[in-house]
Design a protein around this ligand. Structure first.
Ligand code: ARG
Ligand code: ZN
Length: 866
């Protein structure tokens, strides 16, 4: 008995291999909302059609719904005519078709999970992906049920003057007692996760876009009236995205309006609901005073991402949630291509890889590793991961590299043509690429099923006598949870050889396919000794070990004609120098200093590129390269290298700082490149110990005419021991205390500080009146950022672990999705010394023992211990 109980308390897993098509289809639904934040009534009338022969009843998912009425073919049913449990409503049906109607009550104001229909700052809005629609009404909540929606909503006109849903508004009018109503129809059948509704006191920034076939689309970005001036950048990004998708993929928009709504409480970045995208306000609102260049770039990227989903996600959706990367990997790849086309492609690529290495490589190396197409999940929300999104995008990029742009486009066209209006699989995408190009992607498919970051070694042996060289490549894929044995992968590597004397390419770039465990490639007719340049542009998401000495890395950092490879050589040189110091080997900073000096003073290089190239790798990234991470030693070694770079090149940093200063604010690639370099130079000036450093930072902080410069100075001050620090933080707070998105930056600057007292200051900030555990942005800006601060989080006392675990438990009772996303730093316990590892484990165990734990946190904590 007790056994049975505890067994049933463990949430069960859903398996990919268990997929079976739906028993009942729902071609049409009419929804009727009587909206009120305190108590909303939802009437749903759907036509259901038996799908193939079976005698299963109709099963509808539902969660947290108060069921008031059920009707079958118009007739009201008694309680005994249907069955209801925690998760579903079962209704027996005869015949091949029926009309089923339910009436439920929901409580938007009490919805702190931010899934389903909820209230944010007086606005009612929805989030349905992945399984939120079942929190609005009873429905087969799975992406392979495609339905035409007609949505009527009624609400108080004063509080909710704007009523929006998918498609077009076809009717509207006045109701009783100051109410009004509107009816929206979406002609495109869609899965329920793309349903959306918004009601609120909103103002629109309106514009139009004319598609290439001449159809006019009405565009609107809806925000609180005071925020209207901050929407022009997002609007421009939307129009650019619409034009780009026509131009690059031949994809045109398919409705007469496109709406975006910004809300301040949102679990993720944004959501691609059909023609009614709902955004976290941080990915819409921007102006020079309150948003950094990085914010502007992220806004354009997310606006593009959600817009591109209209084809890669909405017109072709996913058969089941194991196929999530079908839409997310492809759409991230598309938004990365779009961003690369807006400015420097090289800097964009460096950004993609930085992100992959910061979030995905650690995931792939830890207890939560899973394939791009997972095999099982307990809670699907836990699989909106860097692996599914960013590694998924790398898979698409590899196909792009193998097929070439022309055949890749043919493959994309074929994919859209074959699967338009359906729910498809990752396999369908690869097959379309294969069929359109005639390329065999058989072995390549392993990238979808094998988890873990492949490790590739590359060794080049030069034979001077016969002017030839042998490149020996080998690969291993590490064991990951559930996958002890791995097969060799098909790894595309863009490769070139540079002349050691001339510094110029002597074997032009070409694609090498590594498909065996070990492979040899011979190069002949070499005019001079060669230097290997491999995995150029980061063709494949692998960890590359090319056994290069510091001199060769320094050479490549100055001469490689592939900008990514150039950046990479410098990073590797820096990482190795820091690791030497941590491991107690003799340390020589000079190769790094010399390489940085050369890059910094190279007049031909793009400023944004220089800024990226001279930046030291993060403490976490250095830690990820070590078997056992030593956070304090890494911090000291990295700081020592920074200080040395600052001091030795003090004149160069001062010069770079001066050369990138004195421009009035504009937003374009050249101006953002200068600001980026200015920020990096300021950081090194601060490290130089120059007497003028505090004044320079304070002046920049006070006189900045934009947030990029102000925040950069604040970060330097927040990391410093200078007396000016406190005043700057106070000033920043006073100036922006009423702007939530900027106040997030204030919390984050302190949570990311490299100072010794960061843990204590973060604990104090968590009691600050402006801290809130309910708002995901605020929670992430303090607690999430702290979890990524390697030194502070891994403080030897273990108090960092306790602090995070306390917050995970508290947040879980409010918002499980967001709580679960804070957990991964604790899962790294195997990578730390015994004392730290034991304390981290103990916190995971304490979390698991928590009362009423959500499926979300249960899955992440139990797998992290496993
Ligand atoms: N599909 C959205 C996007 O990538 C993300 C939605 C994530 N939501 C969730 N509850 N898991 O743009
Ligand atoms: Zn997406």
């Amino acid at each position: 008995m007790s056994n049975l109980q505890s067994a049933s308390a463990i949430p069960s897993a859903t398996l990919r291999e268990d997929y079976s098509p739906p028993d009942w289809l729902v071609p049409e639904i009419a929804l009727d909302f009587s909206l009120d934040p305190a108590r909303t009534l939802v009437r749903a009338r759907m036509t259901v059609v038996r799908h193939e022969a079976h005698d299963e009843p109709l099963r509808l998912d539902g969660e947290g719904l108060k069921l008031l009425e059920v009707r079958r073919n118009g007739e009201k049913l008694d309680d005994g005519d249907w069955m209801l449990d925690d998760e579903r409503l079962t209704i027996p049906l005869t015949g091949s078709e029926a009309t089923v109607e339910t009436l439920v009550e929901i409580l938007p104001e009490k919805n702190s999970q931010l899934m389903g229909l909820y209230a944010s700052g007086g606005i009612l809005c929805t989030q349905c992906e992945a399984e939120g629609f079942r929190r609005i009404t009873f429905f087969p909540d799975r992406p392979d049920v495609l339905t035409r929606y007609s949505v009527r909503m009624e609400a108080d006109r004063k509080r909710f003057p704007v009523l929006l849903s998918n498609g077009d508004c076809v009717e509207s009018g006045d109701g009783e007692n100051g109410a009004h109503w509107a009816r929206w129809e979406d002609p495109w059948p869609k899965p329920c996760y793309l349903f959306a509704l918004v009601a609120g006191d909103l103002s629109a920034n309106r514009d139009t876009f004319v598609t290439r076939s001449g159809k006019e689309v009405a565009l609107a970005i809806w925000v609180r009236e005071a925020d209207l001036p901050k929407t022009s950048h997002a609007m421009q990004a939307l129009k650019d995205s619409m034009a780009w998708d026509e131009h690059v993929y031949g994809r045109e928009y398919d409705l007469s309006q496109f709406n975006i709504v910004a809300v301040s409480d949102f679990n993720f970045g944004a959501m691609e609901n059909k023609s009614l995208n709902i955004f976290n306000s941080r990915y819409i609102l921007a102006d020079a005073e309150t948003a950094t260049d990085a914010d502007f770039e992220a806004i354009a990227g997310v606006v593009a991402h959600e817009y591109f989903h209209n084809w890669s996600g909405n017109r072709v959706t996913c058969r089941d949630w194991f196929q999530l990367s079908l839409k997310e990997g492809f759409t991230v790849f598309r938004d990365q291509q779009f961003s690369a086309d807006q400015g420097s492609a090289a800097v964009a690529r460096i950004g993609d890889v930085r992100m992959l290495r910061a979030a995905q490589f650690p995931e792939d190396a830890g207890p939560l590793a899973h394939p791009v197409r997972p095999e099982s999940y307990i809670e699907i929300s836990n699989f909106y991961t860097a692996t599914v999104y960013n590694k998924g995008a790398e898979l698409i990029r590899m196909m792009h590299a193998m097929l070439g742009p022309h055949d890749f486009r043919k493959g994309a066209d074929l994919y859209f043509e074959r699967h338009d209006g359906t729910a498809a699989t990752c396999e369908d995408f690869v097959t379309a690429m294969e069929d359109a190009s005639g390329t065999d992607l058989g072995q390549f498919r392993l990238w979808y099923s094998q988890s873990g970051t492949p490790k590739v070694t590359a060794k080049l042996d030069y034979e001077a006598e016969d002017a030839s060289a042998v490149l020996t490549l080998s690969q291993t894929v590490p064991a990951t949870p559930g996958q002890p044995e791995k097969k060799p992968m098909a790894i595309p590597l863009k490769t070139a050889l540079l002349g050691e004397r001339s510094g110029r390419p002597i074997v032009a770039e070409h694609l090498v396919m590594l498909t065996d465990n070990e492979q040899e490639i011979v190069f002949e007719g070499l005019r001079e000794p060669p230097v290997l340049s491999i995995n150029r542009d980061f063709t494949a998401p692998v960890a590359m070990d090319s056994e290069k000495d510091p001199a060769t890395l320094a050479f490549l950092s100055a001469h490689d004609d592939d900008p990514f490879a150039r950046y990479e050589a410098m990073q590797q040189l820096m990482v190795e120098t820091i690791i030497d110091a941590v491991s107690g080997r003799p340390v020589d900073h000079d190769p790094v200093i010399e390489a940085v000096r050369q890059t910094l003073t190279d007049p031909d290089l793009d400023k944004a590129f220089i800024a990226e190239a001279v930046l030291l790798p993060s403490e976490s990234f250095v830690g990820d390269q070590m078997l056992i991470v030593e956070p304090e030693a890494i911090h000291r070694a990295r700081e020592a290298l920074r200080d040395d770079l600052g001091e030795t090149l003090a004149e160069d940093w001062r010069a770079a700082y001066a050369a990138s200063s004195g421009n009035a604010y504009t937003y374009n690639p050249a101006a953002t490149g200068l600001r980026r370099l200015r920020a990096v130079a300021l950081g090194y000036v601060a490290a130089s110990g120059l007497d003028e450093a505090p004044q320079l930072a304070t002046d920049q902080f006070e006189s900045a005419d934009n947030m990029t410069d102000r925040q950069a100075a604040l970060a330097v001050l927040a990391n410093s021991e200078w007396p000016e620090r406190t005043g700057a933080l106070e000033q920043f707070y006073d100036r922006y205390r009423n702007d939530a998105l900027v106040l997030d930056k204030w919390f984050m600057a302190q949570a990311l500080s490299t100072r010794e007292d960061t843990l204590a200051s973060v604990e104090a900030l968590s009691r600050h009146p402006d801290f809130s555990i309910d708002n995901p942005n605020r929670l992430r800006s303090l607690v999430g950022a702290f979890g990524s601060n390697q030194r502070a989080f891994h403080a030897a006392s273990g108090h960092g672990y306790r602090f995070l675990a306390d917050f995970i438990l508290k947040a879980d009772a409010i918002n499980p999705q967001t709580a679960a996303r804070l957990l991964p730093p604790l899962g790294k316990w195997r990578r730390f010394d015994e004392e730290r590892g034991a304390m981290m484990r103990a916190e995971l165990e304490r979390i698991l023992a928590g009362p009423n734990l959500s499926k979300d946190v249960f899955e992440q904590a139990s797998k992290s211990l496993g």
